[in-house]
Design a protein. Structure first.
Length: 710
């Protein structure tokens, strides 16, 4: 047996290969440092299976694609059918694995089917291990092959006993769910045609419940924006596995001779620094991408909660002028601008301006926004169609639904809308042409790309259509950006139902939730940040009374929460009084000042015992911003101390309470440093001893700004 040792960014992957079989991962986790060939051979021997007269017949170390034929009794890494019958591939490696830098690629063939499997592992920036698998069917194969699933896996220590995953609902996305690591083979699937508000998001294994600042964690995330499978395997006679892949319906993906398909990229993330370390690795990888936004993230005003469908050109131009006056940098016109769109029951798919509402078109508004020095953005929902639309009347065959079921349209309707089959070339060209024409005509800088319903009973060319639809969506977004360099696109899916690394490969930020309630947002943004750095997460200040929860909150809490992401407003600021407008202007200046720290720093979560506290720190080499909030009443009259991780222990920091957002209300105890608004302390003291917190009332927040002194 031979050993392959990949190591980069503090992470190592060790594989053994030989005897013509697929390589087997014997270690994924902390870096091993300098090793000798003899030492690696010894590692393989240290983990080897029993020798005679041992009687265990199962697989000992499973391959990159574990199979029943290997003696593995868990879920196979892939499942295939030929002529409707389950096919068991026998993979034989062709040549030697290709090893380059911190990556390995291996090709294996199955003689019976004519399939080739190309499996790749690569340790990328941040230490994220990307696993990809590709199936190619030879042009001279005698039968097509149906792919039931293709799921890369990686081993984790058998000592892990806890699994963190996620659930949720609309306006309450990213709810963490911690459970005992399940025995046997377990599957969690998303079947909505998008990840969904209840998406697993990722699966993270740990010893004991995962903590933010310490402990080892091993996790997997599928960079795919449609149906997905997350899997664990803990069978008693083999190693423990995590894995993920695309969830395919029967008959959805059939390879014809000469065709190929690939799994989505699966990100495997190891950290010995807890969940913050996990997030740091992914953020490092995201920020290193060539398409990652490099310009400062503009302060946004989105018009949805300001006007809803009540569009009036004069009012919206006045709103734009008010926005520019307080420091807004991007003005986004939301739903309601296109022909017939006076409510949400009609006109999706007809992307032409409603001249009964906008008699001069949108040019006067777009021109005025640009004259005021702001970017202009526009809302679309390109993947959807209303039955009451010119498009649906002209092309009913473009709907991504079983035509035999459209006799009962109410059974397929979701939010009074349907799905447009973008894998149909005509539908694709229609949407691309209409959007592209508007981008040219109006000089659109930004698109809010919405996706407000699940895909139910989707059919494309007689087969389940989710796979083809998602590939078409990716290509549509790419083509728009090819045609319009500099165009930015936000992924919104009735809020945060599509916030995966797959959609972020083609878009520039996500809308984390349709809830602007800051109490809900504190946790939604915290857990969205497990994968996405703050600059990619839209976080807006909504009205005093939340439209999604009915909760009334202070402006200071709403502003502090917005600072945790790519900030903005979704509020009719034309109705604000002078004090509110002055606060908005102060906030705009504060955001502009602090965003270099907020959007480049390492995100850390100081550990606090009381579940009412929320604290998020953004730490760079010379500065830090810490947002502290309460989401309920405190347990103790004397609050605990805030210890700020990640500071340089040998440097001194000036700590200021940034009161531009307003005052945080408190009772009983407010320490002197807090009322004075400033203190200077060594980093070691701030991290190891901490600051006495004030006894904040529920639903309050304040912002700390730390600056290292010369």
């Amino acid at each position: 047996m031979s050993i392959i040792h990949l190591e980069a960014h503090g992470v190592a992957v060790v594989l053994e290969h030989g005897d013509g079989r697929l390589p087997r991962v014997v270690h994924w986790g902390p870096a091993l440092g300098e090793t000798t060939p003899g030492g690696l051979d010894a590692l393989s021997a240290a983990l080897s299976r029993q020798s005679a007269p041992g009687t265990l017949d199962a697989a000992w170390q499973v391959s990159l694609s574990p199979q029943e034929g290997d003696g593995f009794t868990g879920r196979p890494g892939l499942q295939l059918r030929r002529r409707g019958v389950l096919h068991h591939p026998r993979w034989v490696v062709e040549g030697e694995p290709t090893v380059a830098a911190a990556s390995v690629s291996v090709t294996a063939a199955d003689a019976a089917s004519g399939l080739r499997l190309v499996a790749t592992l690569a340790i990328d920036t941040g230490g994220v291990v990307w696993a990809r698998q590709r199936l190619e069917l030879a042009a001279d194969a005698d039968e097509p092959v149906e792919i039931e699933w293709l799921e890369p896996t990686m081993p984790v220590p058998s000592t892990v006993d806890t699994l963190l995953t996620f659930g949720g609902r609309w306006t309450r996305e990213k709810r963490p769910v911690s459970l005992a690591f399940p025995p046997g083979s377990s599957v969690r699937q998303s079947r909505r045609g998008r990840p969904g508000h209840d998406s697993p998001v990722a699966i993270i294994a740990s010893r004991g419940p995962a903590r933010w600042g310490e402990g080892e964690v091993w996790g997997a995330h599928a960079a795919w924006s449609s149906d997905a499978t997350y899997r664990t395997d803990r069978v008693t006679d083999a190693i423990t596995l995590l894995g993920a892949g695309e969830m395919l319906r029967p008959g959805e993906l059939v390879l014809q001779p000469g065709e190929s398909t690939s799994s989505p990229g699966i990100a495997f993330v190891y950290s010995d620094g807890g969940l913050d370390g996990f997030a740091w690795r992914v953020h490092e990888w995201m920020r290193a991408r060539p398409q990652h936004p490099r310009t400062p993230r503009p302060l946004v005003l989105n018009t949805w909660e300001a006007v809803y469908f009540d569009h009036d050109p004069a009012r919206l131009i006045a709103l734009a002028e008010r926005a520019a006056g307080v420091g807004i940098e991007r003005f986004v016109l939301d739903d309601g601008w296109f022909a017939g769109r006076r409510n949400d029951s009609t006109s999706l798919g007809d992307w032409v301006v409603d001249r009964t509402v906008w008699p001069e078109g949108l040019e006067p508004l777009a021109d005025r926004v640009h004259e005021l020095g702001m970017q202009f953005g526009l809302w679309f929902e390109p993947e959807m169609v209303s039955l009451d639309s010119d498009l649906a009347r002209a092309h009913p065959e473009w709907l991504l639904h079983d035509p035999g079921h459209l006799d009962h349209p109410d059974e397929l309707s979701w939010r009074q809308q349907y799905v447009l089959d973008l894998a149909n070339p005509g539908a694709f060209a229609h949407v691309l042409g209409q959007i592209s024409a508007l981008v040219d005509a109006l000089g659109i800088d930004f698109i809010k790309w919405d996706h407000n319903r699940d895909l139910v009973d989707s059919v494309h060319d007689g087969r389940p259509g989710g796979h083809a639809q998602m590939l078409a969506v990716y290509e549509l977004i790419r083509e728009l950006k090819r045609r319009h360099p500099g165009l930015e696109i936000e992924s919104c899916s009735s809020g945060g139902a599509r916030t995966d690394l797959g959609i972020l490969d083609v878009t520039d930020r996500v809308w984390a939730s349709d809830s602007n309630d800051p109490i809900e947002r504190q946790d939604i943004q915290r857990w969205t940040g497990l994968l996405l750095p703050p600059e990619l997460v839209g976080a807006h200040v909504g009205p005093t009374d939340s439209h999604s929860s009915g909760r009334r909150t202070s402006l200071a809490l709403r502003m502090a929460t917005s600072l945790m992401g790519s900030a903005g407003f979704e509020w009719d600021i034309a109705s604000c009084d002078d004090d509110e407008l002055a606060a908005i202007a102060r906030f705009a200046a504060l955001y502009t000042e602090l965003r270099p720290v907020l959007h480049t720093g390492v995100v850390r979560h100081p550990e606090l015992r009381d579940p009412a506290w929320r604290a998020t720190a953004h730490v760079t080499a010379d500065e830090a911003v810490v947002i502290v909030a309460t989401v309920a009443s405190l347990e103790d009259a004397r609050a605990e101390r805030l210890r700020i991780p990640g500071l340089a222990p040998d440097r001194t920091y000036r700590v200021r309470v940034r009161r531009e957002i307003g005052e945080a209300a408190y009772g009983w105890i407010a320490p002197e440093w807090f009322t004075a608004g400033e203190i200077t302390l060594p980093g070691a003291v701030l991290e190891r001893v901490g600051l006495q917190l004030p006894t904040l009332w529920p639903a309050q927040a304040f912002v700390l700004h730390l600056q290292a002194q010369p």
